[in-house]
Design a protein around this ligand. Structure first.
Ligand SMILES: *Cc1c(COP(=O)(O)O)cnc(C)c1O
Length: 392
């Protein structure tokens, strides 16, 4: 089995005794206690829970968040690509893993050898999986994937009866076992949307069609975070939750805890007279004499340039505006009448407990969703892993 992690593992704190406030550079802290607490909230509303750790665990670190979620009530892992699944196996994770978005040419043989289940959205994928099964001599464990109303991934409902028949034939040949049927909801962020009713109807009908074809998929799954939190009709046998694990609730109905904190030390500080213009394009002008602080984080680290002119950070206990344009590697903070000192630590975002901005604030400032902020965090940030503030 090829064994290479997709991303560098999070750098752990090797010197937990480093005095706070003397950080060498920006630090992205992952709080596993938050992931565990969020998992428990979601697990209480699910029949069974699959922790979705695609895109490196939504930018948090796939292996660390997977372990935390599995320790708190999740029983399986979900990812898009076979490569992501293999990197979890490489890290020693032995629980069931489902990979649901692959080109026909994906390395299904490696998936089968690593005991990774794959979603099958059509006859071409079924054929590819059958080929991999006959080459490896291992039957493929597959979940048939139906498009339940997004015109996106999954089989076109018109093709579903054929796909079920073909899958049943492959089962008879001993090369495939259909253990699941999956769909996905496009409008679950808006509880009560009729689009979810239609998807439910489609999914129930499709499950019945699969049963009539002779399939016995014991794991029917439709819900992701939003439906798990707000619509018990969508529970079936399993919920695939990503966002919620990381403290993102798109329905705004449940208090989940953000798991990431980004801090950055003040690199330099200066006092400028009224009329001083700052940053690229001189997009900001000092209205009065003021104190500026420079942080070495920018859009290369995932702070959207679109947040220029709106963003804030927490510095010395106060919210302070980021002024001028967000640069690739730096932002300027207006500290008002209070000079900053190089080495002071600014909190760019966190859980919000001390008044610091949250990822949700950054998403609002830049006209996007929290998912895009956390998955866009840059690879050069120093990453550390903690448990309720204690280095893990
Ligand atoms: C990303 C994804 C999920 C997880 O969705 P969240 O809303 O983040 O919980 C579940 N299912 C599929 C098919 C996905 O692509």
């Amino acid at each position: 089995m090829p064994c290479a992690p997709l991303t560098a593992p999070a750098v752990r704190v090797t010197d937990p005794a480093r005095p706070p406030g003397r950080a060498a550079g920006p630090e992205l802290r992952l709080d596993l206690a938050a992931v565990a607490a969020n998992t428990r909230v979601l697990a209480a509303r699910a029949t069974r829970l699959m922790a979705v750790v695609k895109a490196d665990g939504f930018g948090h670190g796939a292996v660390e968040t997977a372990r935390a979620a599995l320790g708190a009530g999740a029983s399986s892992l979900g990812v898009t690509s076979v490569e992501e699944a293999l990197s979890l196996r490489c890290a020693g994770l032995r629980v069931p893993i489902l990979s649901w978005l692959n080109p026909v040419e994906a390395d299904f043989e490696a998936a089968l050898r690593a005991d990774v289940s794959v979603a099958v959205p059509g006859r071409e994928h079924l054929a590819a999986v059958v080929r991999a099964a006959s080459r490896t001599g291992r039957p493929a464990t597959v979940h048939l994937h139906l498009d339940t109303g997004m015109a996106r991934d999954g089989a076109d409902p018109a093709q579903w009866p054929d796909l079920c028949r073909q899958a049943r034939e492959a089962e008879r040949g001993g090369l495939v076992r259909v253990t699941g049927v999956m769909g996905h909801l496009g409008c679950a962020d808006t509880p009560g949307d009729a689009c979810t009713d239609r998807a439910l109807e489609l999914f129930r009908t499709a499950s019945a069609v699969a049963a009539r074809a002779g399939l016995r998929p014991g794991i029917r799954h439709l819900a992701a975070t939003s439906a798990t939190l707000t619509d018990p009709r969508t529970r079936f046998d399993l919920s695939r939750v990503g966002a919620g694990l990381y403290g993102i609730d798109p329905t705004r109905t449940t208090g989940l805890r953000p798991a990431l904190t980004l801090t950055a030390p003040v690199v330099s500080a200066r006092t400028v007279p009224a009329g001083t213009r700052a940053g690229y394009g001189h997009a900001w002008t000092a209205a009065r004499r003021t104190h500026l602080a420079l942080l070495a984080v920018g859009y290369a680290d995932g702070l959207p340039r679109a947040a220029s002119g709106r963003a804030e950070v927490l510095l010395a206990g106060r919210r302070r505006p980021v002024v001028g344009r967000v640069s690739m590697d730096q932002v300027i903070v207006d500290c008002g009448d209070r000079p900053a000192v190089p080495g002071d630590i600014a909190t760019v975002f966190g859980a919000g407990d001390a008044g610091e901005p949250t990822v949700r604030d950054w998403a609002r400032w830049s006209g996007t969703i929290e998912h895009e902020i956390v998955t866009g965090l840059g690879t050069r940030l120093r990453r550390t892993v903690h448990h309720s503030g204690v280095a893990a």
